[in-house]
Design a protein around this ligand. Structure first.
Ligand SMILES: [Zn+2]
Length: 435
C-alpha cells in the first residue's frame, strides 16, 4: 500500500519540494538503523548541508515489508541489514519507514550537583570574583575540543526528525534540481531570529532601562524574552518596563537554585511559579529556562500536569526548529524552542589555545559561523545572553553582542520574533497561520 503525502498531516510548517509516497505495509523491523545514502555525490551534498554524515545518525523507527522491483533504485538503506529506507520508482520517491516515529526521543535527567547537598550552601553567596573564574576553569578542563571553534559550529545539532526531513528534501530536490527551504516562516522569510536572556541575580531589575544589554537591544530594535527567577519578581511592577517596551518575561526557577529539577524542590518551585503573575493568562504563553540547564523528566512532567500556563521551554541545544518535549516515553504539550547559537561565555571557555586578545573576536566568529549555517537551511537562530556584570555585560562581550546584532540586522529576509510569537506561529495558535 502506497499513499501520497506532503507531510501536511503532521501539522507543522514544513513543505517538501514535492509529494512523497509512503509505504504502509506490515512492519518487518522496529529498530535503530543508521541510514546509508547509496550515492556518493548525494552523500557528500547532504553532509555539506547539515555538517553531519548520514551514517553517524542512528534513527529509531519502524521499517516496513517492501517488494523491490527490478527497476527500483534504493537511495537510502539501513547500514545494519540493508533494508530499503528510501526508494526511487518511476521518478517517484517511496519512503519505507515510519516518519512520525522519528520524533520520539529520550533525554537523561541531570545529575544533582554535589554542592547542592551541603546544608545552607548557596552558589550565589560565593563572591562572583571567586565563583566565576572557578567555574570557567572547571569547564575549560572538561572541554576537550581542539582545532577551529568556528568550524565546530558549522555542524548542525539536528534532531532525528529534522535529519529525516532534510534527507527527504535533499532526495526530492535532487530530482528537480530545486533548492527549496523545507521549514516555512511567515511572509516567506528565510529564517527566524529569537533573543533570550537569563537573569540570574537582582542587578538587572535594579538597573532596568539603564541596563547596558537592554539598551543595546533597544538600539537595534530587538524585542526579546527575559527569563527571571520568581524569587526576584516582587510583582508585575518589577518588570513593567520590559512588558511595556514589547519584551516578554519567562521563568528561570525560583531562586536560581540548582536543585530545581529534583524532588521535593521541583514541587516547591512550581508552586512559587503558579502563585506568580507569570502563571496568569495575560502572560500567555509563558516559557522557561532552567538554571544551569539542569533538567529532569520529573520537572517537566510536573509543570505540564499542574501549571498549564507554562507552554514552552528553551533549555535544550539539540535541534534547529521547535519540537514537543518527550517525557518518559510520551510526547508532551510543552514546546521546546532550542538554543541554536552558542552562548558567549560557552565559547569563551573553549578557547584555551587562543591568545586572550583574540578570544572575543573568536566568539563572534563562532556565533556567525553557526548563524550562517542556520540561515542557509532556514532554521531558528536563537541566542542567549546574561545581563550580569561578570557575564555578557563585560565590556568586551557587550561589544561582541552589539556587533552580532548589527550583523543579524544586516541579513535579508529574517523574521525577528519573540519566543512567544514563535510559539504561536509553530503551534498554529494565531493569525500567522493564515499564510
Ligand atoms: Zn541562569
Amino acid at each position: 500500500m502506497l499513499e501520497t503525502s506532503d507531510l501536511k498531516e503532521l501539522g507543522l510548517p514544513i513543505r517538501l519540494s514535492r509529494p512523497i509516497r509512503i509505504n504502509s505495509a506490515r512492519t518487518v523491523a522496529e529498530v535503530i538503523v543508521r541510514p546509508t545514502i547509496t550515492s556518493k555525490e548525494l552523500n557528500e551534498d547532504f553532509a555539506e548541508i547539515t555538517g553531519v554524515a548520514s551514517e553517524g545518525f542512528p534513527l529509531s523507527t519502524r521499517v516496513f515489508e517492501f517488494d523491490l522491483q527490478e527497476s527500483d533504485h534504493v537511495i537510502v538503506r539501513a547500514a545494519e541489514n540493508s533494508l530499503p529506507l528510501i526508494v526511487c520508482r518511476d521518478g517517484e520517491v517511496i519512503v519505507n519507514f515510519d516518519i512520525p516515529a522519528t520524533q520520539a526521543f529520550h533525554f537523561a535527567d541531570s545529575k544533582r550537583p554535589i554542592y547542592t547537598y551541603l546544608p545552607g550552601f548557596n552558589i550565589h553567596k560565593i563572591p562572583t570574583m571567586i565563583r566565576r573564574p572557578l567555574s570557567n576553569f572547571v569547564q575549560s578542563v572538561y572541554s576537550r575540543r581542539k582545532g577551529s571553534v568556528a568550524h565546530d559550529y558549522s555542524k548542525l545539532p539536528l534532531t532525528s526528525f529534522e535529519f529525516v526531513i532534510f534527507l527527504l528534501n535533499k532526495v526530492l530536490a535532487r530530482h528537480l534540481e530545486y533548492k527549496d527551504r523545507v521549514f516555512q516562516w511567515p511572509s516567506g522569510k528565510r529564517a527566524v531570529f529569537v533573543s533570550l536572556h537569563d537573569v540570574d541575580t537582582g542587578g538587572f531589575l535594579g538597573r532596568r532601562e539603564r541596563d547596558p544589554l537592554f539598551r543595546i537591544e533597544e538600539k537595534h530594535q530587538i524585542h526579546s524574552t527575559w527569563f527571571i527567577p520568581t524569587g526576584l519578581l516582587t510583582g508585575k511592577k518589577a518588570v513593567e518596563f520590559l512588558l511595556q517596551s514589547g519584551n516578554e518575561v519567562g521563568w528561570h526557577g525560583d531562586k536560581h537554585d540548582h536543585r530545581l529539577p529534583f524532588k521535593p524542590f521541583a514541587e516547591q518551585r512550581v508552586e512559587a511559579l503558579k502563585k506568580s503573575f507569570l502563571a496568569e493568562p495575560e502572560n500567555f504563553p509563558t516559557g522557561m529556562r532552567t538554571p544551569k540547564l539542569l533538567k529532569s523528566n520529573h520537572l517537566f512532567n510536573l509543570l505540564e500536569r499542574s501549571c498549564p500556563a507554562l507552554r514552552y521551554d528553551t533549555s535544550f541545544s539539540e535541534g534547529i526548529v521547535p519540537y514537543y518535549l518527550w517525557l518518559n516515553g510520551r510526547q508532551s504539550k510543552i514546546l521546546e524552542i532550542p538554543i541554536t547559537v552558542p552562548t558567549d561565555i560557552g565559547v569563551y571557555n573553549k578557547l584555551h589555545g587562543i591568545p586572550r586578545s583574540r578570544r572575543y573576536e573568536a566568539i563572534l566568529e563562532a556565533q556567525i559561523a553557526r548563524t550562517r549555517k542556520l540561515m542557509e537551511v532556514g532554521a531558528v537562530i536563537s541566542i542567549v545572553t546574561h545581563p550580569e556584570k561578570d557575564l555578557s555585560e563585560r565590556p568586551e562581550l557587550l561589544d561582541i553582542y552589539d556587533q552580532y546584532l548589527l550583523y543579524i540586522k544586516s541579513c535579508p529576509d529574517i523574521w525577528f520574533a519573540t519566543a512567544g510569537e514563535l510559539f504561536r506561529y509553530w503551534t498554529g495558535d494565531s493569525w500567522y497561520s493564515a499564510g
